[in-house]
Design a protein around this ligand. Structure first.
Ligand SMILES: *Cc1c(COP(=O)(O)O)cnc(C)c1O
Length: 447
């Protein structure tokens, strides 16, 4: 059997999403209402999300049907290939087998379309006309713009200012799909104006942009809000990645020893690994590795506590590994990994030591990205390169022949500005801003 590129036929696009909540060996801490400091009534979310997604958010059903209309669009790029990085293995002179699930083949170049299509579909069905959202590097904004365009809806994207300026072509992509793009913090919302008054040069953060998008959706009955990561229903939609990968590995007779993914909010990581968590519980030697930037290290330097999902403290409190909702990460080039918190399910898995986390500096990450591009031929997104670097480190450390599978969350064709900086020696590593971190941890809500 050829293992360089394992392809599945179209009929093998999963028909159901896998809901890990049904199989967790522990109770997930519920979200809290910040006003009452008691568990949140899910109906409080109906002002900004359609009921179908709120139901998925709290569902305990193991399998949830993917609507045929959604599957029909997923067919544009799914099933995605599972590729073996054989030329990279040779360059590393490793005995390990390295595979990657290639989510870069989607229309917008990342895994984010998997949930964007599902979310736009449920909003459209609920009679919503417009979706507001935030975006960091622009991957989520472009995925949702595409999805809204598919279903004939309007879309407004608050884009973190540092990326708005660093990534003009992502902005253009969103315009191609008819979305409106606003640099955040902006003067269009109360939260944005408040931030600009405090710091007119604020470069923005995902937490800030979320505040603006949520504020807008809460104020308009025909506008809903959509989040590209973190929430349970988002990770649910991403499980098509792991379900397909599992089948592909079975076809070539492989069992993973390591599963690796980069983590911003945790969606591509969760999407790959959730369908393998039961295997991990049965076979503890399976190691599941989450990778984050050293400059924004929520899992390795954060605390596991209740916190807001956004800077302006508009969202419910969720228990997660967090750097504090006021943490302003340095302007590293993996914009999609600059989030102060992390998915509550991924956080709980980390807390229970079912998954492990490591952090990496960006110059080493770009070294790995270049080696990958030069051996395998695909230029990875800087976010993805975190997973690549970790997979390479594991392959170098392991003296025996192990099977390593990582999630190739997206390509870097619209991140070439960052690569140019790297090639000119202009990228540097940011030490963790310790004072910033102490300050933001000191501002965590008391629960
Ligand atoms: C958004 C993004 C990430 C990080 O988000 P997660 O929700 O943690 O997956 C990683 N890789 C790419 C290519 C992205 O676009």
């Amino acid at each position: 059997m050829d293992d360089l590129k394992v392809l599945l036929p179209e009929k093998d696009i999963p028909e159901r999403w896998y809901n890990l909540a049904a199989d967790l060996p522990f109770q997930l801490p519920p979200p809290f209402n910040p006003a009452t400091k008691s568990p949140l009534d899910p109906s409080a979310l109906l002002g900004i999300f359609p009921k179908a997604l709120v139901d998925q958010e709290i569902s305990q059903e193991r399998w949830i049907e993917i609507p045929p209309e959604v599957r029909d669009i997923l067919r544009l790029w799914r099933p995605t290939p599972l590729r073996r990085a054989a030329r990279l293995e040779r360059a590393l002179n490793t005995k390990c087998r390295i595979y990657y699930k290639d989510e870069s083949v989607s229309p917008t170049g990342s895994h984010k379309t998997n949930t964007a299509i599902a979310q736009a579909y449920y909003n459209k069905k609920a009679g919503i006309e417009r979706i507001s959202t935030e975006t960091g590097a622009g991957q989520w904004g472009s995925a949702l713009s595409f999805a809204c365009n598919v279903f004939g809806m309007k879309c407004r994207v608050y884009m973190v200012k540092v990326s708005y300026n660093q990534k003009p072509f992502r902005r253009c992509l969103m315009h191609i799909w008819g979305a409106e793009v606003v640099a955040s913090p902006s003067d269009q919302t109360k939260a944005g104006r408040h931030m600009l008054k405090q710091d007119p040069h604020c470069q923005g953060s995902l937490g800030m942009a979320i505040s603006e998008a949520v504020e807008e959706a809460a104020g308009d009955p025909k506008t809903n809000y959509s989040l590209g990561s973190v929430l349970n229903h988002v990770l649910l939609h991403q499980t098509v990645i792991g379900l397909e990968a599992k089948k592909q590995l079975e076809i070539i007779g492989e069992k993973p020893d390591f599963l690796v993914g980069c983590v911003g909010g945790g969606s591509n990581f969760g999407g790959l690994v959730f369908p393998f968590i039961k295997d991990k519980l049965d076979r503890p030697s399976l190691r599941i590795v989450a990778v984050e930037p050293s400059a924004c290290p929520s899992m390795t330097k954060g605390v596991y506590q209740y916190d807001f999902g956004d800077t302006a403290a508009l969202t419910p409190l969720i228990k997660m590994f967090t750097l504090g909702h006021n943490f302003m990460p340095p302007g590293i080039h993996a914009g999609g990994l600059r989030y102060h918190g992390c998915s509550p399910i991924v956080s709980a898995l980390l807390d229970k030591k079912i998954v492990e986390a490591r952090s990496l500096h960006q110059t080493g990450v770009f070294d790995a990205a270049l080696l990958f591009a030069q051996t395998e031929g695909i230029v990875p997104a800087p976010e993805t390169a975190h997973a690549i670097k970790a997979a390479i480190d594991i392959a170098k450390d392991e003296k025996q022949s192990k099977c390593i599978v990582f999630n190739f969350s997206g390509h870097g064709f619209l991140d070439l500005g960052s690569y140019e900086k790297y090639l000119h020696g202009e990228l540097k590593d940011y030490p963790l801003p310790v004072h910033e971190l102490e300050k933001s941890l000191g501002e965590l809500p008391k629960v």
